[in-house]
Design a protein around this ligand. Structure first.
Ligand code: 6PG
Length: 241
């Protein structure tokens, strides 16, 4: 299935559309099973999170959503670099979501043990397709080096790992991360890349045009096997398209 590419004048318009898509998808979801949503970290989703916590805090039925993360930094939840901490501060502490619906990666725990624990939690709470966990919706960003989740260009093997979660290392800071693997990301019903800023324009162009350069970007290897791939781009990130 060809990816859909949506380009917006600014991050706010982009975030509004993504909220509306989440509203639609969660409403249409199978009422016999909660909707499983995996969030990304980084700065790009902040506008989206802010909308979810403010204008749209009561327009999504959070009782019916299970929140996961595509990756987490191995830091405590109250650390400024925690993806969970960021989401909690911006929107989760402003919405009525049952605590039992929030499945955070415990960045404060021993990474290998936590990766194992989180994998089991994912297995328990997501549907299975082709023997692998399948999320209903996965939100991903793309780093300046083409990484996505916490799968970095020097750790491409995590794209084909048979595990559900793996421990990775940020190539510059060596900070340990826990990340969903490529096979699980590609097993989702919908993967949405949320990308903004001129500094990502060349990476976006290379990936969407499937260039030789893109082969070195982990994000270029995210293409759901049976699901949908969606690009939510602001005008700057889409400059070269
Ligand atoms: C993380 C993210 C990571 C992020 C990209 C883009 O934990 O940092 O999950 O994959 O999405 O690095 O980050 P920005 O949105 O800050 O550019």
């Amino acid at each position: 299935m060809e990816p859909t590419i949506k380009i917006f004048g600014n991050q706010l318009l982009l975030a509004r559309e993504l909220v509306q898509e989440l509203q639609h998808k969660t409403r249409a979801a199978n009422e016999n099973r909660p909707f499983t949503l995996a969030l990304s970290g980084g700065s790009t989703p902040e506008t989206l999170f802010s909308l979810l916590g403010n204008q749209f805090s009561s327009s999504i039925n959070w009782d019916h959503i299970l929140l996961f993360w595509g990756d987490e930094r191995c830091v405590p939840p109250d650390h400024e670099e925690s993806n969970y901490g960021q989401a909690n501060k911006i929107f989760m502490n402003k919405i009525n979501i049952p605590q039992e619906n929030i499945f955070r990666i415990k960045g404060e725990d021993e990474p290998e043990i936590e990766a194992e624990r989180y994998s089991k939690e994912i297995l328990e709470h997501t549907k299975s397709i082709n023997g692998l966990p399948s999320f209903d919706f996965v939100l991903l960003g793309i780093g300046n080096d083409g990484h996505t989740a916490s799968i970095f260009p020097d750790q491409m093997k995590l794209l084909v790992s048979d595990k559900i979660c793996e421990v990775s290392n940020h190539p510059v800071t060596q900070q340990k991360r826990i990340t969903l693997t490529g096979k699980v990301l590609n097993n989702a019903d919908t993967v949405a890349f949320l990308v903004s800023g001129e500094n990502k324009a060349e990476i976006v162009w290379n990936i969407i045009n499937n260039t030789k350069t893109a082969k070195g970007y982990p994000a270029a290897h995210i293409f759901p096997s049976t699901g949908k791939l969606e690009w939510f781009l602001d005008h700057e990130a889409a400059t070269l398209l």
